[in-house]
Design a protein around this ligand. Sequence first.
Ligand SMILES: [Zn+2]
Length: 161
Amino acid sequence: MDVTSFGIDHNTLLRGIYVSRKDTVENGVLTTFDVRMKEPNREMVLDTSVMHTIEHLMATFFRSHPLWSQKTIYVGPMGCRTGMYVIFKGDLEPADVATIMKECYDYMSSFEEEIPAAKSEMCGNFLDHNLAITKLECKKFADEVLACLKEENMVYPRQNI
Ligand SMILES: [Zn+2]
């Protein structure tokens, strides 16, 4: 089994936007982005309620975006709770999505309305949300990382396995 992410040195991985994988499908390429909000094994992970709220807000942002809704395949949380996966149509690099990702995090950090689809008929755990902490975490990531992305926030540190 080739699991590309096992070749990344998580002990030196920083916060940022990374290409997790590219898959060639019938009509082109799909790019999976690793949107890493916490330094693995060195920072406190995100609460599950925060991951859940980010999932709802991020999916809403991309699925309702005039341009990016056409390219968005999937948005979902990482099991380790240090970030999100986002899959877009196209052969893309972190620099191609840096601006839209900053817009997405600005949208989430200033979100004031009712969390979309957080109702029992639309969600598997509708009470498990936390908008207040989500806004703080998204603002922190936008200000400290997305506003000043450097190469080390866009290229994985590799290790030999
Ligand atoms: Zn849900």
